[in-house]
Design a protein around this ligand. Sequence first.
Ligand SMILES: [Zn+2]
Length: 197
Amino acid sequence: MVSSLISRLSNSILKLEQTLNLILGFNRLPPPAYCLASIETNRVQPKEPFSLESLIGNGFLWAVPKHRRTIEKRLKMKYGSPKYVMKILQPKTNIRICNACGDHHEIGILCPTCYKRIMNETKDMKEAIQEKLGLQPIEKEVVVLYENEKSTLEGEYEGQPIVEMKKPRPSWFSKNLLQQTTQQPATTKDVEPSGLS
Ligand SMILES: [Zn+2]
């Protein structure tokens, strides 16, 4: 009598549990199905002795550091040393202003703006010479004159080919730059002051 009561009670509890599982969403697994299960017959594998060759085979090892570098050395490698060469950007203190054009340039090198200006002028002169003389061999020094200079210096360059530029002479391009020095160097170094009064 008691055992049947207990079994009925347990059955009802089981049913209640299954119903709750269904309602609350627990235990929602796919239905059972057949599957294959393999059985490992050779479970214990013989242990091989450890060797680097078996590990990397035909490969090779990368070089790796063997010793720790100090922080000072690491910082020097990264940023350089103020005693030698700094690898990071440093402020330049050797910048000066050009007296002719007002552009900036480093000490010890020519002002790039003035240099470019003179290069362009020289290029124009070369083109003018080529246009005037063509493919003729240049045996004498060519005189390059600017606008309104030919009439004043007519008899000065006898026998020399004169090439006239079709523009006035730039103010910064002195005529003396083209003249060869014919004056002998002074034998005395005494300087006489003049124009003081
Ligand atoms: Zn300049």
